[in-house]
Design a protein around this ligand. Structure first.
Ligand code: SF4
Length: 638
């Protein structure tokens, strides 16, 4: 190792979630260690949760709060004058907006006192002097906490080099941050692995390092970097420091990890679709890449063995576009009871794919649904139809996969029709398909809408309400934040989304209670079909207390089964070619009229749950092989 090499400490601050280690820290530590860099990592969000108390910490970071807003208390250390002058505003925001639940017993005073204690602990208990470069990884809610610590380190020891990296300070945002906060020395814009390697090994040449933004006299210099790391060349992430940190916090947090914890495992970077108008994933991940499935499975096995874990979050903005059956097969071959969480896009996965995903262990999928309005989905450019969205939640129900998804509301050009279409559609299935959460639209830096404000009815952009409290006025004008609020050119009507979603949740929950009390299929499935080989029976309890039963004859059965996946009229005609065209139309129309089949332009989808699939999902069927090596070892020891 060269004497000139600098040592590096990488830190992840609150308000990250406690039940999953930072993937960025795990990957970079491993990458740099493999190349013999003196690097260590600290997952300090665990310590923050320890000071606040786990319940309080979770309340602060989880919906309807979020980690971004929760960081506001760190304004006290980053902008002390601003804090002094505006304490009433901070308190008001905390007590009236964040603590919407008045029974919540973590008072503003405790919030501030515990943050003071956490910061004192952080400054006094970590040996900052041991490291030449201190890096902070920034996801949502980590900006002010990282600034607060960086500022204190620099005050105590000005020779320390401070570097920030992460999606929220990419490109020009990074330049702005560097020009505002003089105690930050560098920004990594984009992927950190190679930039940090070069910074630690060739520090004197920092201006030449691709991806680094540095300062030169009064200007910032950004050495742009378009290259991307080959995901298949990366070593397995190292989470040892997370578990070490975990062993030093309260048993509450440790137990919480045992119950809800998971490990992150990367499958892809960027998005192969990259076209949704609200999304800015392309701003920080320009090129889509996937990990080779064999390597992914091998990494899964390694992480599972090393950390004795079976619960994983598959990291990637959406599942790959194709070959997921191949991916699932490789996971299934590992023959373990995995619980996998991932994000996916509607429209690409068919019914059989969900069955396969479930079998591989994907028990929780976050699908990018966003709306059930054909008018709204066009504005979002989701690359999916409403019918695909319905199919996604139907297939999840059939395969016992939890589906978490959002309805995006408050688009700058939202119209009444967007609401009305959604309201009408969801009543077809709200008694038996999982309800959404509401996600209020925020304008993302360098999203398609951000780059075309006028087209989307935006007159001007402005800081979000929480930013207006957190930052001094003179800084707000510099527009260095990742999300914005906006003013519309033409005001739009306020649609009652909250009322709609709470009605859906109420209807769904009431039905679930009925199912608990009366353990029968009518109550559990509400709307389902059973196949009789040459006839089909459909049970429908969506609208009345007494279920209706539809009996489909042979031809009707053929047409119905042709629509179990989203199918075009041409597909259906092909599958039902023995039925003449006018009869086929008649059958399809009667299905649509009865709400048995959903129709969108030339596309059709049957709505009842597949009874067989629901009760016969194979799950993680496995063979309990005897380990031959263990038997050999046993015999040898006899
Ligand atoms: S919202 Fe999801 S699918 Fe759409 S561009 Fe972003 S990452 Fe891709």
């Amino acid at each position: 190792m060269s004497n000139k090499q600098k040592s590096l400490l990488l830190v992840s601050m609150p308000y990250a979630e406690t039940s999953i280690p930072s993937i960025q820290l795990g990957l970079i530590e491993s990458y740099l260690k493999q190349r013999e860099v003196n690097v260590s990592t600290r997952h300090l969000y665990l310590k923050a949760a320890d000071f606040y108390g786990l319940n309080n910490y979770n309340f602060l970071i989880n919906s309807p709060n979020d980690s971004y807003t929760s960081q506001m208390v760190f304004s006290k250390y980053v902008f002390p004058d601003h804090w002094e002058k505006n304490q009433d505003k901070f308190r008001y925001f905390y007590e009236n907006i964040m603590c919407y639940n008045k029974d919540f017993n973590f008072k503003f005073k405790n919030y501030v006192e515990q943050t003071d204690k956490f910061l004192d602990w952080t400054i006094n208990n970590i040996d900052w002097d041991k490291h030449d470069i201190i890096g902070f990884t920034l996801n949502y809610g980590q900006f002010l906490p990282s600034l607060a610590v960086a500022k204190k380190i620099k005050e105590k020891n000005p020779v320390k080099q401070i570097i920030f990296g992460g999606s929220t300070i990419i490109n020009e945002l990074g330049q702005k941050v560097l020009s505002i906060f003089d105690y930050v020395d560098f920004i990594v814009s984009g992927e950190g692995e190679e930039a940090l390697f070069l910074l630690t090994t060739s520090f004197e040449d920092y201006k030449k390092i691709p991806g680094i933004i540095s300062r030169e006299q009064n200007k910032t210099v950004w050495n742009k970097n378009d290259s991307c790391i080959d995901m298949n060349s990366l070593p397995y992430p190292n989470f040892q420091s997370y578990f070490k940190e975990l062993s030093n916090v309260s048993t509450d947090i440790q137990q919480y990890y045992q119950l809800y914890g998971r490990l992150p495992i990367e499958l892809s970077r960027g998005c192969w679709w990259n076209n949704c108008t609200f999304c800015n994933v392309g701003a920080y991940n320009k090129k889509y890449r996937e990990k080779n499935y064999d390597l992914f499975a091998e990494e899964l096995r390694f992480l599972s063995d090393t950390y004795k874990m079976l619960d994983f979050q598959v990291i990637g903005t959406t599942l790959p576009q194709k070959d997921y059956d191949n991916l699932c097969e490789k996971i299934i071959k590992l023959n373990r009871d995995f619980t996998l969480i991932t994000e996916s896009k509607a429209a690409i996965l068919k019914s059989k794919d969900y069955a396969m995903l479930r079998k591989a262990g994907f028990s929780h999928i976050q699908t990018g649904i966003e709306t059930f309005s054909t008018n709204y989905i066009k504005k979002m450019n989701k690359g999916a139809k409403v019918i695909d969205n319905i199919a996604a939640i139907k297939f999840c129900k059939e395969n016992h996969i939890k589906n978490s998804y959002n309805l995006i509301i408050n688009y700058p050009n939202e119209e009444k029709i967007d609401f009305e279409e959604t309201e009408k559609t969801v009543q077809l299935f709200w008694k038996y398909l999982e309800p959404p959460s509401i996600s209020k639209y925020v304008l993302g830096y360098q999203s398609h809408i951000y780059n075309n404000l006028s087209e989307y009815n935006i007159k001007n952009i402005e800081p979000k309400a929480s930013d207006m409290i957190m930052y001094p006025k003179e800084l707000l004008e510099k527009e260095f934040y990742f999300f914005y609020s906006f003013k519309r050119k033409n005001e739009t009507t306020q649609n009652p989304w909250k009322k709609l979603v709470s009605s859906w949740k109420k209807t769904y929950e009431e039905q679930k209670m009925l199912a608990v009390n009366r353990d029968i299929d009518f109550e559990k499935l509400v709307f389902y079909f059973k196949d009789g080989g040459n006839f089909i029976k459909i049970y429908d309890k969506r609208y009345n207390d007494n279920a209706m039963i539809y009996m489909l004859d042979r031809d009707e059965r053929t047409v119905f089964l042709a629509c179990c996946d989203v199918a075009s009229k041409i597909d259906i005609k092909y599958k039902a070619k023995h039925i003449d065209s006018s009869k086929l139309d008649e059958i399809l129309n009667s299905f649509v009229e009865a709400g048995i089949v959903y129709n969108e332009k030339e596309w059709y989808l049957s709505l009842p749950i597949n009874y067989y699939q629901y009760y016969n999902n194979e799950g993680n069927k496995k063979v309990y092989d005897i380990d031959i090596e263990e038997i050999r070892a046993y015999i040898n020891n006899m």
